[in-house]
Ligand binder design. Structure first.
Ligand code: IVH
Length: 824
């Protein structure tokens, strides 16, 4: 029957491609073609099979559901087959889906459950008399793999159902997924320690679940959302949405993005709403799923080959695409880290044109073996920078060579070096490297730092190139005239255009000499824009002919940023490992810049969440004369901290010799030994000049005593020791007694936020509640003090009601905050 027509050839070709890809994906967790391309090819095959029914065959991939169970795990035959979903890519296809249901059911209204389509791995969880007995992957839909041991490691999967009334047999289906933040954290660690980097969160989930060793899968942070049922022996609500609500009451996580909507318009509005929120979600979704809500209607609609007629997946633009690497360049970051970046043939990924993708570091390039000329899969998810996920080696052109890190910084020519045991290569030029300086200034001005709005990267670039801004403090000396020239220079297309712009805008008198200078600007010299900034500022601007608004606003923004908070300034300084939250913690605990900039690093470790690495990094930063000068320069230019205060009373309990000895990281001085020393000696000073013999007399093992004396023999250690001892005393003198600081009104209370708040965003609400002493938690339990529920609150609200936990609406929250001096 299959004569050798072009159609039959193409069908055979497509089947081979798709079968190989599907096998690799389902059986080996490998991706050899991106999703979007797979979807596209499947559709082509479906269309061909529809147009040429003689070419269709029951074993075509179009009728199959994914992979075959691999033999490493025991097989599980699903009591009810696990099916797949049909796809819609356009509004029209969604309307067709609704029309088909409408034509068959003829109901006055059609209600649908609309849900996020999580990008993970489908599983079936089986409960008998409320107890988890088995969990399996989908496999080929009929037979899956028994991965119960690994599923037991996922905290949110209930092992015993809550409440009552569960069916004797209950199979719950849903998606196991890896939250994006956990995925990023996991890969960051893997890159640092040379482990296996996960291509995307979905592969992370699939690979973890199919680990033979449950201990390994326990280390991978997985989560789960329930979205459906398998075999059920007992009663359940008559609608899908009612069932999900019931599942939530029994303890299953159900996404609070699930909604009941009416008709095609309701579905499309939901699609757009979720699409707009996609980047901000904690997990990857590749679309949404629509399901006819009432089960009777579902039964009436029935199934086609591999999918139900009552449900469909509406896909978002793909987050992965293929393109080619045109070059691999090095980008120098704020701390000098040399990050290789792939310059790509422009490609649309999830709605934006991507031309660059990070390759993270040299190890990552080596691992992926990315070469110039390669065809690669790029991925863009959430607000994460686009990255190269993998190379399609089958499509590699001839004559390519492995990539190597260049020996010198492309910006300043300094050597690029890598420290022992570090994953990152760095330009050794520090702040003499213009690239590092530009990054440091951009960070300083950024929204969460000094918030100097209007100072975009291109301005910083030119100001640094012109030598006008050498360090962050120079921003506070910028003149309006300089900014006006800068704006004209950046807007001008050529030196001639700039010269004529300048002559137009400068008062005619006295401009002759300098204008000549400007006219000598040479387009061949790439720095002509920067050089225009050397025009002396003695000219009068013809302000009628120049847009001055940007310069005026920027001058105002710079002036405004002079009064700032301690945490903003600390964050703005760009100390390695000091992000926003560490900066906040430092500000809360120590309260004063003068104190922090002179503090020996071991004392920073008293702040919860600050460990040795971060503490040393702060100490290292403050030990650089250039950095101290930069802080002095900022203060001299009028930068002032508005919220300086005494160290927090909580610090008092931490300030003792035993803790200090422990924080100094002296070899062999364990917490027990530190305590012993602190009991035997009154102060750091008393310890410094002691002999090993006396330490032994005080009860220390000889080994510890010797280690301590050897350590103190090193001058730098002895100096740190003395300085830390003195700082401890100084801090004690400055830190008030506990009762002098009032506890917040929510001290000791745990609050959960759920749903959407209309008047403030969740982060702000959280920060304000925390400022009043509350702990803000992610899930509701008996210990929750109250739940703040916005609109569209889902399972958390149900849980609160069930447990009898108090619920506040937004108005009550706002009133409470206002009463306590927070946002009115
Ligand atoms: S319902 C018969 N609901 O998408 C209905 N599936 O392409 C079967 N998925 O295998 C699935 N989120 O892995 C359903 N809210 C959701 C989903 C969802 C993600 C996945 C699931 C399924 C695949 C179908």
């Amino acid at each position: 029957m299959t004569s050798n027509t072009p159609a039959s050839q193409r069908v055979a070709e497509l089947r081979k491609l798709l079968t190989d890809a599907s096998r690799a994906y389902h059986e080996r967790d490998e991706q050899i073609i991106p999703d979007a391309e797979y979807d596209h090819l499947i559709r082509e095959l479906e269309a061909l099979e529809a147009a040429h029914p003689e070419l269709d065959s029951p074993d075509s991939v179009t009728h199959a559901v994914g992979g075959k169970a691999s033999s490493r795990f025991p097989e599980v035959v699903h009591a009810v087959p696990m099916l797949s979903l049909g796809n819609a890519f356009s509004d029209e296809e969604v309307r067709d889906f609704v029309r088909r249901i409408d034509e068959r059911l003829r109901r006055p209204t059609l209600m649908f459950s609309a849900e996020p389509k999580l990008d993970g791995l489908a599983i079936n969880l089986r409960y008998e008399n409320g107890v988890f007995v088995q969990g399996a992957t989908r496999g080929d839909g009929a037979t899956g793999e028994d991965v119960s041991a690994n599923l037991r490691q996922i905290k949110v999967i209930p092992l015993q159902l809550q409440g009552e009334g569960w069916p004797d047999v209950l199979e719950v289906r849903g998606e196991v997924y890896m939250p994006r933040a956990d995925f990023e954290r996991y890969n960051e660690q893997a890159r640092l320690h040379g482990g296996k980097v996960l291509a995307n969160p979905r592969n992370g989930a699939a690979g973890s679940l199919r680990q033979l060793d449950p201990k390994i899968s326990a280390q991978r942070p997985l989560s789960f959302y329930a979205y459906g049922l398998g075999e059920v022996d007992g009663e359940l609500p008559p609608t899908h949405s009612g069932t999900l609500a019931q599942l939530a009451r029994w303890g299953f996580p159900v996404s609070d993005l699930c909604q009941v909507v009416e008709g095609a318009d309701g579905l499309l509005a939901y699609y757009r709403d979720i699409g707009a929120r996609r980047d901000g979600l904690a997990f990857d979704i590749d679309g949404v799923v629509y399901k006819l809500d009432d089960r009777e209607g579902q039964q009436e609609m029935g199934f086609v080959a591999r999918a139900p007629r009552w449900a469909i997946a509406h896909k978002f633009p793909a987050q992965e695409q293929t393109t080619t690497v045109e070059a691999i360049e090095i980008q120098i970051g704020r701390t000098g880290a040399a990050t290789p970046v792939a310059r790509l043939k422009p490609v649309h990924v999830a709605g934006v044109v991507v031309t660059n993708a990070t390759l993270h570091n040299a190890d990552q390039i080596a691992r992926l073996d990315v070469r110039v000329g390669d065809t690669v899969i790029v991925r863009r998810a959430g607000d994460v920078i686009p990255e190269v996920v993998s190379v399609i080696t089958d499509r590699r052109p001839e004559g390519t060579t492995p990539w190597q890190m260049p020996a010198n910084c492309p910006v300043c020519g300094s050597e690029i070096v890598r420290e022992e045991g570090e994953a990152v290569w760095r330009c050794s030029g520090e702040l003499s490297c213009p690239a590092q300086r530009k990054e440091a200034i951009a960070h300083f001005a950024s929204r969460k730092a000094m918030d100097i709005d209007g100072l975009g990267d291109k301005y910083i670039e030119t100001l640094v190139d012109a030598g006008i801004v050498r360090g962050v403090a120079d921003l506070y000396a910028l003149q309006r005239d300089q900014l006006l020239v800068l704006k004209l220079a950046l807007d001008a297309e050529s030196p001639e255009a700039l010269a004529s712009q300048l002559s137009l805008h400068l008062a005619p008198e006295g401009s002759g000499g300098t204008l000549n200078q400007i006219l000598r600007l040479d387009a061949a010299d790439a720095g002509w824009r920067a050089r225009a900034l050397s025009v002396p500022a003695r000219f009068e601007w013809n302000t009628k002919k120049i847009a001055t608004k940007w310069a005026d606003n920027l001058i105002a923004a710079i002036a405004n940023s002079r009064s700032t908070t301690l945490s903003r300034l600390l964050f703005a300084l760009g100390i390695e490992h000091v992000g926003e939250s560490t900066a906040k913690a430092l500000s809360v605990w120590f309260g004063d810049l003068a104190l922090i900039r002179r503090m020996p690093w071991p004392l920073f470790k008293r702040v919860p969440d600050i460990g040795g690495e971060v503490a040393r990094s702060i100490g290292h930063f403050m030990a650089q004369p250039g950095n101290q000068e930069a802080i002095d320069a900022l203060l001299a230019r009028g930068v002032q901290i508005t919220d300086a205060h005494a160290p927090h009373a909580k610090l008092r309990a931490e300030l003792n010799l035993a803790n200090l000895l422990q924080d100094l990281e002296i070899p062999k001085v364990t917490p027990v030994r530190a305590k012993q020393l602190a009991e035997a000696f009154p102060s750091a000073e008393a310890i410094r000049d002691e002999s090993a013999h006396n330490f032994v007399t005080a009860g220390l093992p000889a080994e510890t005593a010797n280690a301590l004396v050897t350590w103190l023999d090193v001058d730098a250690n002895a100096a740190l020791f003395s300085a830390a001892g003195a700082a401890l005393q100084q801090l004690l003198a400055l830190t008030p007694e506990a009762q002098q600081q009032a506890a917040g009104p929510l001290e000791g209370q745990t609050v959960v936020l759920t749903g959407t708040l209309a008047q403030m965003n969740r982060d702000d609400a959280k920060a304000q509640l925390e400022a009043l002493g509350a702990k803000v938690a992610g899930s509701v339990s008996k210990k929750t003090s109250f739940v703040v529920a916005g609109t569209e609150a889902g399972s958390k609200l149900d849980k609160a009601n069930e447990l009898g936990v108090a619920v506040w609406d937004e108005a009550r929250l706002l009133a409470f905050l206002a009463e306590n001096g927070k946002q009115a």
